[in-house]
Design a protein around this ligand. Structure first.
Ligand code: AVJ
Length: 307
């Protein structure tokens, strides 16, 4: 893996300047994302929680006894707790996250709430294969849990690649339980990424503050504006930062010019059709066995087995 500075410089040297969405999540960014999930316009979290609450017994039945639950992400969410409360004799809970601090803090909380649970956090970049810890109790199967429609951050080929890594981690009898946001009335999607309180704007702009604070950048944060547009043809929200004037900025020793109106791409958030996601899962070696949706069919949670 190349280091962060090289990666940032490479992204900002493209004709379409870009910064990976993973740089959103410093302390302030993680808090802003928390606030996003509580916004009335951000339907994703509410819909997914409702699905979990309504169908968790069904999910637990499919997962079965003594599974090892491998969560991609730090596992601080309420969705994870709902699942952990309902699973039968879990062999191990393995949260996997790149941020060590965040991961260990949330693992401690989970241990406190579930004293009988074997919690084995793994610090890793989950986009590449990593070694699973060996739990004391041999799991019947590995179930990869990937909530929140974070899969939507990845463009098609990278998403299939990531699903393939999960397929590998799941192993022979393994499965994948994944949150997948769905295509819908564009106005609903538009509102979710252009909230009236401006929290999403602050979240998007915070990436520049983060890079200034810890990656030797010198962005004039006030000279950029948030933009989020849903591209219905491509089925994805495009988040950008729009330069408000001709200006220059630097990352470490590398300088960049950006024109008035030129953008830095910060995130894609893909929305899927059921068929579209099933095809992607299939290309990664999975078969969609069950799909649960909220009553308005805004969001889905899908159980995939190895085909
Ligand atoms: C965490 C990637 C699922 O795409 O909706 C929320 C991130 N960006 N508002 C999403 C996000 C702007 C979120 N994911």
């Amino acid at each position: 893996m190349t280091n962060a500075l090289d990666e940032l410089v490479a992204g900002l040297s493209q004709p379409q300047k870009m910064i990976s969405p993973k740089y959103f999540y410093d302390e302030a960014g993680s808090q802003l994302f928390e606030q996003i999930t509580e916004l009335p316009e951000y339907y994703l979290t509410d819909a997914e929680l409702e699905i979990m609450r309504t169908h968790v017994d069904d999910m637990a039945a499919l997962i079965g006894k003594q599974a090892s639950l491998i969560e991609y992400g730090s596992g601080s969410s309420l969705k994870t707790r709902i699942l952990l409360e309902h699973l039968d004799a879990i062999a191990a809970y393995v949260p996997v996250d790149i941020s060590e601090e965040h991961l260990y803090a949330s693992a401690q909380k989970i241990r406190h709430e579930f004293p009988d649970l074997a919690v084995h956090p793994v610090v890793a970049d989950f986009t590449t294969p990593f070694a699973l810890p060996t739990p004391a109790v041999m799991p019947v199967k590995n179930v990869v849990y990937f909530p929140g429609s974070t899969i939507g951050n990845f463009e098609h080929d990278a998403a299939v690649e990531l699903l393939r890594v999960m397929h590998g981690e799941a192993g022979k009898r393994g499965a994948l339980l994944i949150g997948v946001d769905l295509q819908k009335d564009p106005a609903i999607i538009d509102r979710a990424y252009n909230d009236s309180e401006g929290v999403t704007a602050a979240f998007n702009l915070n990436v520049l503050r983060h890079l200034n604070a810890s990656h030797s950048a010198d962005f004039d944060v006030d000279a950029f504006e948030h933009r989020a547009e849903y591209d219905e043809d491509k089925g994805r929200v495009v988040l950008e930062l729009v330069s408000q004037k001709d200006q220059t900025f630097a990352i470490d020793a590398t300088e960049f010019d950006i024109a008035d109106g030129e953008t830095i791409l910060t995130e894609y958030s893909h929305k899927y059709t059921l068929e579209g996601f099933a095809r992607m899962a299939h290309d990664a070696g999975f078969e969609v066995e069950r799909v649960w949706m909220d009553p308005d069919e805004l969001f889905s949670v899908q159980y995939c087995t190895r085909s």
